[in-house]
Design a protein around this ligand. Structure first.
Ligand code: DOR
Length: 439
C-alpha cells in the first residue's frame, strides 16, 4: 500500500481551537491533519515547510460570494474566483444563486457542482435561490447550505418581497434560510423620491438604514413564528445590531462584511462607484456599532459578499452603476490588520472567518487546527505590511475597493485538502477542492 502524501509544517505559530497559540509543528497526511506538537520527530514527510515567523490559521470559509458562473463569466468565473480565494487564504466558499440561469432547482445546482468539480481550486457549496413559486425545489435540493432569499435589492424571479410568499417559505421545511434583508417597497419609494440624482452617495440614502431594519424585523418575526433557522446576510446597520442585541433567538445567526466594518459613506468621495454595494455602506457610527456587536457575539461571523463587476460597468453614471465589490483576496489581511490595530484578536478573526462559519452551516471537520480535521490551512505573515495593488488582483474584475491600503497578514501559503494551492505568490492550478456537505 502506498503511503499518503505527507506535509510537515515546522516552527509555525499555530492558532489552536482553545484560542491559545503555540510555536510548533503540524503534520498533514493525505487530506487530514494528523499530528500537532512542539516538535514532531516521528514522521518522514514527503515535503516540509519551514514556517518560522509565520502564523498558521485554519483556512477561511467565506459564506457569501457571487462567482458569476454560469452566465456572467465576463465578470468572473469559478476558476478565476477560486484562484482569488487561494491567494486570499479562502479554502472554502458558499456561492449565491443570482447566476444565469438562476440556481433555483436541482438541475441548476447540479450544473454548478459539476463546473466547480472541474474548475475550483478550493472547496465549494451553492445556495438554492427562492422564487415566488419554487417551494418544492427549496425543500428537496441537495447538497446546499440553505435557501437564499433576496427580500429586496434584486430584480426578476429571485426577488421575494411579499410577506405571504415569504411566510410560505418560512412555514415549510427546516433548512437554513439566509436573507438579503432590504425592504423592497421602501427602496422603490425612495428611488422615486431621489430620481435624477447622479451623485452616487445618494445610494446609501435610497437604500437606507430603515430599509434594512424593516426587512430584518420581518425576517425575525417569521423566523420566531416558525422557529425557523435564519441567517441574516451582510448586516449593515447599527439599528439591526441593536435589534438583535435585544432579542436574538438561539436559532438565528448574522454576518457582517469587512467593508461594512471598515468603509463608510465617506468612501464615495475617494473611490466613487467602487464603494457601491447592496446593502450600501453606512456611517462611521454604524461601523463602530457593528464592530462592537461582532466582538460581543451578536454578529456571528464574516462574509465578503464578493460581487465583482467590470470597471467599464462601474464607470457608468449612477444609478446605472452596478452594486458590488470583490472581497476574497483581501478579507483575511483586512481583518488581521484590524487585529494588529487592536480592534480584535487574531483568535477572534479565526473564530469569525473559519470556526463559527463551519458550526453555523454544519460543515464537519473544518474551521479548526485539530488532528482528524481537514488540512485546509493558511500560513500568514503578520510581521510585514504590503499595499493592496490593482496590478496584483487575481479576480477577473481586476480591481479592489481597498487599493492603496497597507495591510499585514497576507497569505504566504494556502493548503486545501493537504495540497499546496498557493505559495509565495504562485498558484498551483492543478489542485481541486471538493463539494462541501452540510448537516
Ligand atoms: O452589492 C451587491 N451585489 N449585493 C448583492 O447582494 C448582490 C451583489 C451582486 O450579485 O452583484
Amino acid at each position: 500500500m502506498s503511503t499518503p502524501q505527507s506535509l510537515l509544517i515546522r516552527h509555525a505559530e499555530i492558532i489552536l481551537p482553545n484560542n491559545e497559540s503555540m510555536i510548533g509543528d503540524v503534520l498533514i497526511e493525505g487530506r487530514h491533519i494528523t499530528q500537532i506538537g512542539q516538535e514532531i520527530t516521528n514522521a518522514t514527510p514527503s515535503r516540509e515547510i519551514d514556517a518560522q515567523g509565520l502564523t498558521l490559521l485554519p483556512g477561511v470559509i467565506d459564506p457569501q460570494v457571487h462567482f458569476r458562473e454560469p452566465g456572467l463569466e465576463y465578470k468572473e468565473d469559478l476558476f478565476t474566483a477560486s484562484c482569488a480565494c487561494a491567494k486570499g487564504g479562502v479554502t472554502s466558499f458558499l456561492e449565491m444563486p443570482n447566476t444565469r440561469p438562476l440556481t433555483i432547482n436541482q438541475s441548476a445546482l447540479d450544473d454548478k457542482l459539476q463546473r466547480a468539480a472541474q474548475k475550483c481550486l478550493v472547496n465549494y457549496g451553492f445556495f438554492i435561490g427562492a422564487t415566488a413559486d419554487n417551494l418544492p425545489d427549496l425543500l428537496s435540493a441537495q447538497p446546499t447550505p440553505g435557501i437564499k432569499i433576496f427580500m429586496g435589492s434584486m430584480h426578476g424571479d429571485l426577488l421575494v418581497s411579499q410577506e405571504e410568499t415569504l411566510e410560505a417559505i418560512f412555514a415549510q421545511g427546516s433548512r437554513l434560510i439566509a436573507v438579503h434583508a432590504e425592504d423592497q417597497a421602501r427602496i422603490k419609494q425612495r428611488k422615486q423620491e431621489f430620481a435624477g440624482i447622479t451623485d452616487m452617495a445618494v445610494h446609501s440614502q435610497i437604500q437606507d438604514n430603515l430599509a434594512a431594519l424593516l426587512a430584518t424585523q420581518l425576517a425575525l418575526k417569521l423566523s420566531k413564528k416558525y422557529q425557523r433557522r435564519l441567517h441574516i446576510l451582510h448586516m449593515s446597520t447599527a439599528e439591526e445590531a441593536e435589534l438583535l442585541r435585544e432579542d436574538k433567538p438561539s436559532w438565528v445567526t448574522a454576518e457582517v462584511t469587512p467593508q461594512h466594518l471598515l468603509l463608510n459613506t465617506s468612501a464615495y468621495a475617494t473611490i466613487g462607484s467602487l464603494a457601491q454595494m447592496n446593502p450600501p455602506l453606512r456611517s462611521a457610527y454604524d461601523n463602530e456599532v457593528l464592530w462592537q456587536a461582532l466582538r460581543d457575539g451578536i454578529i456571528d461571523f464574516i462574509a465578503t459578499d464578493h460581487a465583482p463587476h467590470t470597471l467599464e460597468e462601474k464607470a457608468q453614471t449612477y444609478p446605472n452603476t452596478p452594486s458590488g465589490m470583490p472581497g476574497v483576496e483581501t478579507s483575511l489581511p483586512l481583518m488581521l490588520t484590524a487585529a494588529m490595530d487592536g480592534k480584535c484578536t487574531v483568535a477572534q478573526v479565526v473564530q469569525w472567518m473559519s470556526k463559527a462559519v463551519a458550526v453555523a452551516y454544519g460543515i464537519a471537520n473544518k474551521g479548526e487546527i485539530t488532528p482528524g480535521y481537514d488540512a485546509d490551512l493558511v500560513l500568514v505573515d503578520l510581521k510585514n505590511y504590503r499595499e493592496v495593488k490593482r496590478e496584483e488582483v487575481v479576480s477577473k474584475c481586476g480591481w479592489n475597493s481597498f487599493e492603496g491600503w497597507n495591510l499585514t497578514g497576507w497569505p504566504v501559503t494556502t493548503i486545501v485538502g493537504g495540497e499546496i494551492v498557493y505559495d509565495h505568490g504562485q498558484l498551483n492550478t492543478q489542485v481541486r477542492g471538493q463539494a462541501l456537505t452540510f448537516s
